[in-house]
Design a protein around this ligand. Sequence first.
Ligand SMILES: [Zn+2]
Length: 134
Amino acid sequence: MGIEIHCPKCKDETLLRREPVYEGFKKTGEQLFCAACGHQFDDESELVFAASAPRPVIFTDNDRPVTPAVFSAEDDLRNCRHCRHFVVNPFTQRCAMFEREVEATDCCDAFEKIPEDKTSGDKKDANPLAKLLG
Ligand SMILES: [Zn+2]
């Protein structure tokens, strides 16, 4: 397993070569070399890691929190309850488009926003009148 580095000597992307330093039989440290030109690094802080070198990945894509769509503001506006096809009666909430039961928080691709000027009596909404009257 090589660690990719930028060698300041040969100005190339190369691999880091580590060689253990022994004092007798005791390992006292490591020496760091450029695998290409043999340049010795005095200290690990001298190393410039190559951009392509894999970094320790703590979080993978799989660990990303999955935000439920219903909680995002944009999707909330596309919920069935904001859709012109959404029909509420005392027993069920239905989609007039697909003629099936839906939940107010459902999202669907056929969403159509309720027109602003919708004044038909099947929606209880006192606000437009209040706005007109100031
Ligand atoms: Zn080098």
